[in-house]
Write a protein that binds this ligand. Structure first.
Ligand SMILES: Cc1cc2nc3c(=O)[nH]c(=O)nc-3n(C[C@H](O)[C@H](O)[C@H](O)COP(=O)(O)O)c2cc1C
Length: 168
């Protein structure tokens, strides 16, 4: 198979184009074997398959949480509400204990589910694919749920945070 032609754009132009794709925002959480709770903000979440129920997300190889996410059997994808912007920032940047003072409860798999998440997916860490500077994680969903209230989702677009307005 012929290999790809080299890109005719730089990383900034690639980021600019990718930024036009509006996404929701999630926090992926897990509990290390030591009991330490780990979480990172991720917008790379997407659905893969209905039967079996599969989802995916990708993690930068430089992330300090990589060894835990690679080794753990389970993690939770928490879908954020617009009212959870502070949590989104905290789990993207804070160097210390990101869970300090953050309300959460253990799900059926024992992994932490954040209070107030619009939806959550408790996943078995089914497979991982090494690609470029990220690892793609495919999770098999064992449990999922929704809060079921009318709060708006957090939306990430052009590097900024938004929520949704109905079109009509
Ligand atoms: C809106 C938003 C989306 C992000 N999406 C991702 C993502 O999909 N994958 C990723 O590896 N990092 C993503 N990040 C950056 C990580 O949250 C951040 O690098 C991570 O929390 C670093 O944690 P760690 O080094 O402690 O593992 C995102 C950050 C923000 C603000």
């Amino acid at each position: 198979m012929k290999s790809a032609a080299p890109p005719n754009f730089d990383t900034a132009a690639f980021r600019l184009a990718l930024g036009e794709f509006a996404t929701g925002v999630t926090i992926i959480t897990t509990r290390a074997e030591s009991g330490q709770l780990i979480g990172i903000t991720a917008s790379s979440f997407n659905s893969v398959s209905l039967a079996p129920p599969l989802v995916l997300w990708s993690l930068a190889k430089r992330a300090s949480s990589m060894t835990v996410f690679e080794a753990n059997t389970h993690y939770v994808v928490n879908v954020l509400a617009a009212s959870q912007l502070a949590l989104c920032r905290r789990f993207a940047t804070l160097k210390g204990d990101r869970f300090a003072g953050v309300a959460h409860a253990a799900g059926d798999t024992g992994m932490p589910i954040l209070d107030g998440a619009l939806a959550w997916f408790e996943c078995h860490n089914r497979s991982r694919y090494d690609e470029g500077d990220h690892v793609i994680f495919v999770g098999e969903v064992e449990r999922c749920g929704v809060t079921g209230d009318a709060r708006e989702p957090l939306v990430f677009h052009r590097g900024g945070f938004h929520t949704v307005d109905p079109l009509g």
